[in-house]
Design a protein around this ligand. Structure first.
Ligand code: BGC
Length: 759
């Protein structure tokens, strides 16, 4: 889609102020006299399509009405703004198409405001010494095309020299810091328009919208409005979300008055507003009220255009009489279809399931991000890899990941290095084990969940390149070079002289890296087989890595829970049962609790249940004391925390510089509940649940548990419930299935089944 339409920008520097571009036009003039007096919109004969993209985020209005429901368009792809250490592919920018047939009138005014968005905000990743952030100096460029089909004629209007531009009332807007809107400027805009300048197209490919659209998905009313001990006026929305607020002011609001909203996830132990964990992100919304007396009944409404916040609490500072209880919180995320539901007889476990869902809503805003609130909000590859399986059970994320993975392939360097974050804001820094493996694990999980080979075809080259990168970094099949994040945020702390960054855990980095090397090579071998390509070289490579792993890391010398877990989950152990027995012993010795970080946590329950320790797996899942999945729930969490002890048992916070309350990674435990507790298993030979295995594993501490999964082949349902003498199983399958109840196997066709098993 290159050579799309001309790009325009203001002739002078607007600084922080967002430009609003304007084109007024009369269809008759454009059409060069074809109008025969017909009413365009009403005739039903007119069709109009508006196509837009901008280097930033844009909002379009045609005749005062917002075009489309897409917010924060064009969202965020790999635009390769930063030079990387090695060559990589050209970046890209999505364009959006809107049907505006019903908005067109005879005389029209098209206004498009452009904010910094992701492309031009100073996102984290640059170092001070690297000088001024080039993103800040890139022009707020816009390109658009309107196509009108009327009476067998095609009329085209594009961005060109005829457009005008003015400073909009959005006088500041940025991803981390928020937005300032000066409504007093609205009435002056008409006088401020000036000519635009044609500018070079940004150095990116223009591509059609590929991902899910970002939309306003949920609305929440305040749960409480109160004054904190420090005297702060605070609204509590009762749920930690990602998005913004909407508000309306009454007609007697004094012009020029300022309202400042600040956003936070938690209150401190004294009940005061707490924002230290946002680090440098100001997360503020300022609104300067319209001047003059408004007409009776007229209100001024506002919702930010080009920013978002991670919040449950909003602090309001103003002299204006704002009706706090009428302010609405709006959750904004990618428009994904919900496909999975979990429920049980345990209220805390159910709240955990809810928190997993909110964690996904809050961090699937076009890119799978680590968190939505602090000065980060980036597409951390490791986090996405850890959560992808759970994500694909909760929601249909095929399109979402297809888009992000294409960006990953673009961002990947020529030597196969996968950047730590995609889109890459860190100039090609990357190559960490378990983070870069997003390149192989994510496409494979998406393929299994939806049964569509296309994702494997599209990503195969990138997957192989990642394996090449690891191969080049390995010596004798042990990957012992590079910098790794380790078992990030594990509770097993390293010896400070060996590994001074305690957050990187005690799991040996060469063990972890070699384990993922073997795992990714295995995925590439399976992928090659699915695609009908040569795969034996990958099988041979995997065998060699495993042999080297066993030699270098004897299984009687594993040191952390994650070391055992990786050896088991990736089938590296020679005597898996003995290793699992030793892991179970270690967990008990550690106080019957998990100590794992980002890397070991998604797999620990799986390896326990796989080797006969389902009861111990449930011990960990149902545990409420710190550290555990349910501990945050007992502390009132409404999303998944970044740390096991984001709020410590004594009520104090973990260190403010790494303490998000909305990090989905540990929510990955939900996949065990779907696939083991409720027993809905995808079969590798029947991807996409074309045929399934249902093997529920009940626990006496829950009276019942159920899972529903809407697959491409229909709905699967699995529920077990303990009755006085029996456990009752209710199973619905839309395809043929193998149902395993206790030690009995039932081969069934599609249908609804009930089984009873003596307790
Ligand atoms: C992010 C993580 C990420 C990590 C890398 C953090 O700052 O928030 O979730 O994976 O860095 O270690």
């Amino acid at each position: 889609m290159n050579n799309f339409a001309k790009w325009i920008k203001p002739r002078r520097e607007f600084g922080d102020i967002c430009p609003v571009y304007l084109r007024e036009f009369c269809v008759e003039n454009l059409a060069d006299g074809i109008n025969d007096g017909a009413d365009f919109a009403a005739s039903g004969e007119l069709q109009a399509k508006l196509t837009i993209t901008a280097f930033g985020c844009y909002e379009a209005r045609l005749n005062g009405r917002r075009v489309g429901d897409y917010v924060l368009a064009p969202s965020w792809t790999e635009a390769a703004i930063f030079p990387a250490k090695a060559k990589r592919n050209r970046g890209r920018l999505q364009v959006q198409e809107y049907d505006v047939s019903l908005l067109i009138e005879e005389n029209n005014s098209l206004e498009i405001t452009v904010g910094r968005g992701w492309y031009r905000s100073p996102l984290a990743g640059r170092r001070e010494e690297e000088g001024r952030d080039p993103r800040l100096d890139m022009p707020p460029a816009l390109t658009a095309r309107l196509e009108i089909f009327f009476k067998n004629r095609l009329i085209i209007m594009e961005t060109d020299e005829k457009w005008l531009v003015a400073e909009s009332p959005v006088i500041f807007s940025e991803i981390y810091d928020g937005e300032t809107y000066d409504a007093t400027q609205e009435r002056h805009i008409a006088d401020k328009y000036e000519p635009v300048e044609i500018c070079p197209a940004p150095p990116v490919d223009i591509v059609p919208q590929q991902g899910e659209e970002i939309r306003e998905m949920d609305r929440l009313a305040p749960a409480a409005v109160f004054t904190s001990p420090k005297g702060e006026k605070i609204i509590d929305f009762g749920q930690n979300i990602t998005g913004y607020i909407k508000f309306a002011l009454p007609e007697n609001t004094p012009g020029g008055a300022k309202i400042t909203f600040q956003f936070a996830e938690v209150l401190d132990a004294d009940g005061n507003f707490y924002t230290e964990n946002l680090r440098t992100a100001k997360a503020q919304l300022c609104y300067i009220c319209k001047e003059g007396v408004l007409c009776r009944g007229e209100t001024q409404e506002y919702t930010p255009k080009f920013t978002f916040f991670g919040f449950r609490y909003v602090k309001v500072e103003t002299d204006v009489d704002v009706a706090f209880e009428k302010i609405t919180a709006v959750a904004v995320f990618s428009q994904m279809r919900r496909t999975g539901w979990l429920a049980s007889s345990n209220a805390n476990l159910n709240r955990f399931f809810e928190n997993v869902i909110w964690g996904q809503k809050g961090n699937f805003l076009d890119v799978p991000t680590d968190c939505p609130q602090r000065d980060e909000r980036l597409g951390w590859t490791g986090d996405a890899q850890v959560f992808v399986k759970t994500a694909a059970l909760n929601y249909d994320v095929e399109k979402f990941f297809a888009k992000w993975l294409e960006d990953l392939a673009i961002a990947q360097l020529a030597n196969g290095l996968v950047p730590h974050v995609v889109p890459d804001t860190q100039q090609g820094r990357g190559g960490s084990a378990a983070w870069g493996d997003a390149a192989t694990i994510c496409p494979w999980e998406i393929y299994l969940a939806y049964g569509n080979k296309k994702i494997l075809e599209a990503q195969f080259e990138s997957m192989c390149k990642w394996v090449d990168f690891m191969t080049a970094g390995a010596a004798e099949y042990i990957w012992d070079s590079g910098t790794h994040f380790g078992d990030w945020l594990s509770l097993e702390l390293p010896c400070p002289t060996i590994q001074p960054d305690a957050r990187r855990g005690a799991t040996r980095h060469d063990l972890l890296a070699t384990a993922f090397f073997a795992h990714s090579v295995g995925i590439v071998a399976k992928t090659a087989a699915v695609l009908g390509r040569e795969y034996s070289q990958y099988e041979t490579l995997r065998d060699r890595i495993i042999a080297a792993f066993r030699q270098k890391f004897p299984e009687n010398d594993f040191r952390t829970q994650t070391e055992y877990v990786l050896a088991l989950h990736f089938d590296l152990a020679e005597n898996p049962q003995a290793v699992a027995d030793a892991l179970a012993e270690k967990i008990k010795a550690d106080g019957s609790c998990l100590m794992t970080g980002f890397v070991g946590t998604p797999y620990i329950l799986h390896v326990l249940s796989r080797y006969g320790y389902t009861r111990l797996a449930y011990d960990l899942l149902l545990r409420e004391e710190y550290p555990s999945w349910l501990y945050p729930v007992t502390k009132g969490a409404t999303t998944i925390w970044e740390r096991w002890d984001s709020i410590k048992p004594d009520g104090s916070f973990q260190t403010a510089n790494m303490n998000s309350f909305n990090h989905y990674a540990y929510g990955a435990a939900a996949d065990w509940v779907y696939t083991v507790a409720a027993g809905i298993c995808v079969l590798e030979d029947y991807p996409g649940y074309a045929r399934v295995k249902i093997a529920p594993q009940p626990d006496p501490r829950l009276q019942w548990l159920s899972a529903r999964l809407d697959t491409r082949h229909g709905t699967i349902f699995s529920k077990w419930e303990h009755m006085s003498e029996f456990t009752r199983y209710e199973i619905i399958v839309p395809v043929s299935a193998q149902i395993c109840i206790g030690d009995k196997i039932h081969e069934v066709g599609k249908g609804a089944y009930t089984f009873y098993e003596p307790r």
